[in-house]
Structures are given as structure tokens and as C-alpha cells.
Design a protein. Structure first.
Length: 142
């Protein structure tokens, strides 16, 4: 049984200000991030061939090695909960804390669900720039 994605609910949470939202979106690239570009250059120079933006693979992996059924995600530290316990502590004491804590927790949970779904479909998943899911999942459940 594969976990189902659920739509995050931010009911009763105040959204970030328009200025903060714009700043966060502007500084957060969805593709072609520095991490992704460096990884792509190294892999390509060593003869590894991959695909980008494959719509049939769940979760929109950054790199897809279709024959090997390998999905690679380049996850940013902030949005994907690197060092989750410390990040949640910092967010919990900042401006609009309930919104940001819920946002990051939801992102980490979604990453875990996508990885589980891909693995259930026979894919191997590599997440660059992320702690192990066991560590993240433990924090989510507390």
C-alpha cells in the first residue's frame, strides 16, 4: 500500500506577508539551482546521461535515469527541512511561526511520501542535500 499525497491545510494560519512571500519565492528557484547545475555538469562530464522534467515520474525529480529507474532530487536546506529539529526551533520563535513550521513540516512529509511512492513503484531515490528520512519522519511524528 503506497501512502497517498494529501493537500496541506493551512487553515487558521496566517499567510506570510506579501513582501515576505515575494522575497521567499524570488530566492527559491524551482529548477536549475546551483546544486543541481553542479551535479549535472559533473555527471554529464563523466558520461552519465539523464533526463530533466519527466512528467511521468511522480514528484518531479530533478534528474531521471529511466533505464536504471533512478530519481535524483536536489533538495534545498530550508524548504526541505535540513537539520529539521533546529530549523523548527528557529522558525517557532520567529515571525508568523505557526505558518512556517506547518509549511516546512508539510514539505518534509510530502518528500517522504513521494520517495515511498517511487520506491513502491520500483524506483531508487537519491535526495542530495537532505538528512535521512528516518530522522525527518521521527521529528514529524513527535
Amino acid at each position: 500500500m503506497s501512502p497517498e499525497l494529501r493537500t496541506p491545510s493551512f487553515l487558521h494560519l496566517r499567510a506570510a506577508s506579501e513582501r515576505a512571500r515575494r522575497a521567499a519565492q524570488a530566492s527559491s528557484r524551482k529548477r536549475d539551482t546551483r546544486c543541481e547545475l553542479v551535479l549535472r555538469r559533473v555527471l554529464w562530464s563523466r558520461g552519465f546521461r539523464y533526463r530533466l522534467g519527466v512528467p511521468t515520474v511522480p514528484g518531479k525529480p530533478d534528474l531521471v535515469f529511466a533505464r536504471a529507474k533512478l530519481a535524483v532530487f536536489c533538495d534545498g536546506d530550508f524548504w526541505h527541512g535540513r537539520d529539521l529539529d533546529a530549523r523548527l526551533r528557529r522558525l517557532g520563535s520567529g515571525h508568523n511561526a505557526p505558518y512556517w513550521v506547518a509549511k516546512i513540516r508539510t514539505n518534509v512529509e510530502r518528500d517522504w511520501i513521494i520517495s515511498a511512492r517511487l520506491e513502491a513503484e520500483g524506483w531508487r531515490v537519491i535526495r542530495v542535500g537532505r538528512p535521512t528520512f528516518c530522522e525527518s519522519r521521527r521529528t514529524l511524528l513527535t
